[in-house]
Design a protein around this ligand. Structure first.
Ligand SMILES: [Zn+2]
Length: 117
């Protein structure tokens, strides 16, 4: 499981959190979550839920958010960090990293949880 993050400076803050996530999901097979090649970025911080982290995959371009402290599943977000429909989140979380950028993802990203208009 010890994957070296190649030359990524923004990883330092969140490295320990990444490990927690891996321990929690340690099953024999690679989980869909682990199949992604995530780059982690801290978006903001709240006293109750901890850091809000954005996980963006270098390979498929999918972006997920999760709080470091709250015992809550990650959710899918679009390029602007807006939460996508629960249905889309669940599907993205259950799928392995797609080898090529999925065309349907563009459609998925339009399905925001809260309409912006
Ligand atoms: Zn991926």
């Amino acid at each position: 499981m010890a994957r070296t993050k190649k030359g990524d400076d923004e990883i330092t803050i969140d490295y320990s959190i990444g490990w927690q996530g891996q321990i929690r999901m340690q099953i024999n097979d690679k989980t869909p979550w682990d199949s992604h090649d995530f780059k982690v970025k801290m978006l903001d911080w709240s006293a109750t839920r901890g850091s809000r982290l954005a996980y963006s995959c270098r390979r498929c371009g999918r972006v997920f958010c999760r709080f470091s402290m709250a015992n809550q599943e990650a959710w899918a977000v679009d390029g602007g960090g807006r939460a996508l429909e629960t249905l889309v989140s669940r599907r993205w979380l259950s799928e392995q990293c797609p080898p090529l950028t999925n065309i349907q993802d563009d459609e998925d990203r339009k399905r925001l949880r809260e309409p912006m208009q």
